[in-house]
Design a protein around this ligand. Structure first.
Ligand code: NAG
Ligand code: NAG
Ligand code: ZN
Length: 520
């Protein structure tokens, strides 16, 4: 038999073996969704898949793993970037390019090593971004909502976190101790839980400004420094060469309005953006504060020693809704950070967060969430183009999952944002993307709504949820870890999330644990 004939025979056999209801589903077309891109003809031929697999074997055999010291480490964190988020985001990426989509790859999905990390926290089955940041940046699991402290500190304890004996130290600090540089980039407030894992020690992720500490701790507030204050005045935040993201309001007194109209939140009257500049001035180093894209690109032309960029009062805008004149993209931020940090011959540690994948999921806004994941992929591609595999370790992972699923038996290439080809037993169509809980719950009884009548491509369309909740929850699934560069194969397997900084530090020869090399 010729290969095509073989393929047809195999397909027929598969069809006969498939359960009958499944066959029905595959062939039903309700015509409500955007027409699917057609399946590439070559895929009908098993030789195509065999060749694809042989090419993959060749690529694996040709893969050389650098056993050099990882001079540079860039850790990318897709906040809430669950495995279903990856599957849906790559499909959306492909469909935007006019192909079926399922076969598309995000930039980091081409990395040679993939592993899985377990995300639970010391006292929580499902992680939040604070205890998970403590795990993947400081190397120890902690209690929910706490950052940079051990499991001995419980949430919102007003003095325990200030005690240095409870502190755990981040890989950014380990890099600095070795004479390397460090920086953070995020699309959230720079004081938000994930980036704070790189520099803060706090019993509560919500203590971003002194106003938050005061409201929880009253008179005991002096014991605990807020996260913004720690970033500007404490080690290691005061040594970070680049700090890029949102969150001006946490740095400004409540008597001031920032450049774009947001009121500061601080009650202590301090302007920490000015204090950051004074601190650098006193150290006789060059520095620059920028608050919009144009200033950032100007600063990038002649980089100061220290760069602080705060592009929003709170979080940066979703990429699909952002004012392109004032908001840099995550890829642009990443490039500026890498160019700045690369000036240190010894190397650097950079943390880059796509922080709003999570926020959009919490609102059941799947399209925005998937787009933010695609933005993270672009930032990774930018970093991969700037840094060599020989000496730079790139890691891409997530802090925790979400409860979005990709369901149904839709035909190949079906609009990932649209309804499944099938209907529920109630005869009503259901969406391919849906959530176990969240604000997309539609209480209008009787029965479920036919959402195909809604404009599900609108950015504000909330994908359906089964349980009413103002904010959709995180999920307890394992998260993927993608690695490229020196010692990448360390990251294979299934392991505790708290191993990540230890593994990175081993590859980079920094930190208190075992190293892959004798330090120069
Ligand atoms: C700022 O905070 C102070 C101290 O709590 C308060 O008295 C004042 O009313 C606040 N100002 C504004 C504009 O909210
Ligand atoms: C500050 O730096 C300038 C230029 O590098 C140098 O001339 C000056 O002596 C320095 N001042 C102090 C106090 O270190
Ligand atoms: Zn979240």
């Amino acid at each position: 038999m010729s290969p095509p004939a073989l393929a047809r025979a195999a397909a027929l056999l598969l069809m006969l073996l498939a359960p009958s209801h499944e066959r029905d589903v595959y062939h039903k077309s309700r015509g409500v969704a955007t027409p699917a891109a057609s399946v590439p003809e070559v895929e009908l031929d098993p030789q195509y898949w065999a060749a694809e697999a042989q090419a993959a074997i060749e690529a694996r055999l040709a893969q050389r793993e650098s056993k050099q010291r990882a001079r540079n480490v860039v850790m990318f964190l897709g906040d809430g970037m669950s495995v279903p988020t990856l599957a849906a985001a790559r499909t959306l990426l492909g469909q935007r390019q006019g192909v079926t989509g399922e076969e598309q790859q995000l930039a980091f999905e081409k990395f040679p090593t993939v592993g899985l990390a377990k995300t639970y926290c010391v006292n929580a089955q499902v992680a939040d971004s604070a205890c998970s940041a403590t795990a993947y940046l400081c190397g120890a699991k902690a209690n929910i909502a706490t950052i940079g402290v051990s499991g001995r500190v419980s949430r919102a304890h007003c003095s325990a976190a200030a005690d240095p004996q409870h502190h755990v130290h981040s890989i950014a600090e380990w890099a600095l101790a070795d004479g390397r540089d460090a920086g953070i980039v995020t699309t959230t407030r720079v004081t938000h839980a994930s980036p704070a894992g790189a520099y803060a020690h706090t019993a509560d992720r919500d203590w971003e400004s002194d106003a938050d500490v005061a409201s929880d701790c009253g008179d005991a507030r002096d014991a605990q420094h807020d996260i913004a204050l720690q970033l500007v005045h404490s080690h290691p935040g005061d040594q970070f060469k680049v700090i890029l993201g949102g969150g001006r309001r946490e740095f400004l007194p409540n008597s001031t309005i920032d450049e774009e109209g947001t009121r500061g939140r601080r009650l202590d009257g301090r302007n920490l953006i000015e204090e950051w500049q004074e601190n650098k001035r006193a150290r006789n180093v060059s520095y620059q504060y920028v608050w919009n894209r144009e200033q950032l690109l100007d600063a990038a032309a002649e980089l100061p020693d220290y760069l602080l960029g705060l592009f929003e009062g709170s979080h940066m805008q979703y990429h699909m809704q952002a004012d392109a004149r004032t908001e840099p993209t995550l890829a642009e931020l990443t490039e500026v950070a890498i160019r700045s940090l690369s000036r240190n011959e010894r190397g650097f540690f950079l943390f880059v967060e796509g922080g709003r994948i999570d926020h959009a999921h919490h609102d059941n806004l799947a399209q925005l969430s998937l787009d933010e994941a695609i933005q993270l992929s672009e930032a990774v591609a930018r970093a991969a183009a700037l840094l060599g595999e020989e000496d730079s370790l790139l890691l891409v992972t997530s802090d925790h999952a979400h409860v979005m699923s990709v369901s149904g038996y839709s035909q190949r290439g079906r609009d990932i944002l649209g309804p499944s080809d099938d209907t529920g037993d109630d005869g009503v169509p259901y969406m391919t993307l849906s959530y176990a809980n969240g604000p997309g719950y539609r209480p209008e009884a009787p029965g479920r709504q036919d959402l195909t009548q809604h404009d599900y491509h609108d950015l504000s369309f909330a994908f359906p949820s089964s349980v009413p909740l103002e904010s959709e929850t995180h999920g307890g699934d394992d998260v993927a870890v993608f690695a490229r560069g020196p010692h990448h194969s360390l990251f294979t397997g299934l392991y505790e999330q708290s191993q990540l900084p230890h593994l990175m530090a081993y590859a980079a020869c920094i930190g208190p644990g075992r190293h892959s090399c004798t330090q120069p």
